[in-house]
Write a protein of this length. Structure first.
Length: 339
């Protein structure tokens, strides 16, 4: 009897700056397949982001189409557009996914925005006939807040609230999928033990975790990936600290292999909904327009940086080819001179 083969994607979900890049690189080294166009590293993440920049740009455009943005602290739950618009965006996402991943057996999709757009991306995978396994790294939200303060000058209240929203969206949207919660600190301390728990939770081994891959992972997961060790206490964060602490406790327990009650997550989602109803009116149309313009300018700059990196890589390759050609020509001249 012939056994049918199922293509299976790995989705790395969770908040920006929370270990999603390190997790994605581990999965890539262990056999999951990155897209064609990967965002290069920069001063905020020298080792690279390992996310599809074209899909990231697309996701930002989709969020703005709904009047939202990646740093919208109230973007929960997922709000579909009108049926025609939603169908159009989903079709475009299907085409983009196919262009980026081709016939990859284990496509690796890592863009934090997928966490809040997960219903759409699950439809994309279903249309492509691809199953999904989800990996959600868990990092202390104050460590994430420290990183965002340096990169985007966000106040701590905003950062930990966005962390909560992304984690709630990732958890709620993946409940019926094979998934693993992974401690970011545990990954840096002993990635082999963390991967063993991951494989058990996913119900399948990583595609190609060979000895060679393990050595590459050892070289990648180094101490310089650990930042913001002195984090402080969430209880000191005004307005949302107690709520975020409850959510962190839930995900910490889940990453340790426990099955905690979801009541804290439900309370947090309800509190965010209440805050949205009370404070959402304070976000004026002018502010929305400015935020959209800022986001568009930021991504145009990022696209320029990506293209600059690509040009530099092509120039390096061309220089190498020229050197090789010069060597060959010198060898030919020497051979001809000796005839």
């Amino acid at each position: 009897m012939q056994q049918t083969f199922q293509r299976t994607a790995y989705l790395v979900l969770g908040m920006h700056r929370s270990g999603t890049s390190a997790t994605a690189q581990l999965l890539a080294l262990a056999g999951a397949e990155l897209p064609d166009n990967v965002m290069p590293g920069d001063e905020h993440n020298a080792k690279g982001y390992f996310e599809p920049w074209k899909i990231s740009v697309f996701n930002d455009q989709r969020l703005r189409a709904a009047g939202s943005a990646w740093d919208d602290p109230f973007n929960l739950p997922y709000a579909p557009l009108s049926p025609d618009a939603e169908a159009d965006w989903t079709t475009r996402a299907v085409d983009l996914f196919k262009a980026e991943f081709g016939e990859a057996i284990h496509p690796l999709l890592k863009d934090p925005r997928v966490s809040v757009l997960l219903p759409m991306w699950r439809t994309v995978l279903e249309r492509a006939g691809i199953a999904a396994r989800v990996v959600i790294p868990v990092r202390h939200p104050l460590a994430v807040a420290g990183s965002l303060a340096r990169r985007d000058a966000f106040p701590v209240e905003k950062s930990v609230l966005i962390w909560t929203l992304y984690m709630l969206a990732a958890e709620a949207g993946s409940r019926d999928l094979p998934r693993a919660f992974v401690s970011y600190d545990g990954l840096l301390a002993d990635w082999r033990a963390e991967v063993a728990r991951m494989e058990q939770a996913l119900g399948a081994p990583l595609p190609r975790l060979t000895d060679h891959a393990a050595k590459a992972i050892d070289g990648f997961l180094t101490k310089d990936l650990r930042h913001n060790d002195g984090m402080g206490a969430l209880a000191d964060v005004p307005m949302v600290g107690a709520m975020v602490q409850e959510v962190l406790d839930w995900f910490t327990a889940a990453a340790a292999g426990e099955a905690p009650d979801r009541a804290p997550l439900e309370r947090a989602a309800a509190q965010i909904a209440q805050m949205k109803s009370q404070m959402g009116v304070l976000v004026t149309p002018v502010t929305n327009t400015l935020d959209s313009t800022r986001a568009e300018l930021l991504y145009q700059r990022q696209l320029g940086e990506v293209r600059e990196q690509q040009i530099k890589a092509l120039e390096r390759d061309l220089a190498i080819l020229r050197q090789e050609r010069a060597k060959i020509e010198a060898m030919v001249d020497t051979a001809l001179a000796g005839r």
